[in-house]
Design a protein around this ligand. Structure first.
Ligand code: IPE
Ligand code: MG
Length: 211
């Protein structure tokens, strides 16, 4: 979800206001995905590398999580959607971890869809962790059984906003045959209409999976 900072800068607002708007956009787009009956949707909210941002910004992002996570999980619960966190949340303080775990717990058995939120997530980190678990497992397991997304299909669509054209350490294993879409829109402005256009475009692409 790229472009929060530039969205704010353009309006002479603090970067954190951009992140706040970014959360609103996330809720809006999650709803739009639900309307489209997308069974799995993932949002890259905070990467392992984002920790290296100025401490004021990191603190701001963490307190936004603190302020919004309960509402997010209640909304998901109301829509019968399971909240799944991908990433190493032990980085966050116990208060934030507790809020996250409560949301995961109360939506655990919901069946209407899966909402993945990536928090302190990095694709390389995920792969190293999976390799370690795989090494200690019996011979019947697959490496993908130890990814944070275990049991979920690979993504069909990846959307990168904010004009950047890179993966930035996102789902390096899972994106092998994903269709990629790049938008110049700053994330807070990303709309349901643009999402629908991308989905229309997706259906026009021929997927061969190397065959
Ligand atoms: C992405 O927006 C949101 C997070 C990393 C949390 P940016 O903060 O990267 O926004 P720009 O790239 O500065 O516009
Ligand atoms: Mg950025």
């Amino acid at each position: 979800m790229d472009g929060n900072g530039r969205w704010a800068l353009k309006r002479h607002l603090p970067r954190n206001t951009g992140h706040k708007e970014g959360i609103k956009a996330m809720m809006r787009i999650a709803d739009a995905c639900h309307k489209l009956s997308v069974p799995y949707v993932s949002f890259y909210a905070f990467s392992t590398e984002n920790k290296n941002r100025p401490s004021g910004e990191v603190k701001g992002l963490v307190s936004l999580m603190e302020d919004n996570f309960s509402r997010l999980s209640s909304e998901l619960e109301a829509n019968n959607i399971r909240l799944n966190v991908i990433g190493d949340i032990t980085y966050f303080g116990s208060k934030v971890q507790k809020i996250i775990e409560t949301g995961v717990e109360k939506t655990r058995y919901l069946t209407g869809g899966v909402f993945n939120i990536a928090l302190n997530y990095g694709g390389r980190d995920e792969l190293c962790r999976a390799a370690e678990l795989y090494k200690n497992s019996d011979g019947n397991a697959k490496l993908s059984d130890f990814l944070y997304t275990a049991g979920q299909p690979d993504p069909d669509i990846l959307i990168r906003t904010g004009g950047e054209k890179r993966l930035s350490n996102f789902m390096l294993y899972q994106l092998a045959y994903t269709e990629l879409f790049f938008s110049d829109t700053y994330w807070p402005d990303f709309s349901e209409a643009e999402l629908n256009d991308i989905v229309d475009e997706y259906y026009k692409r021929e997927r061969r999976f190397g065959k």
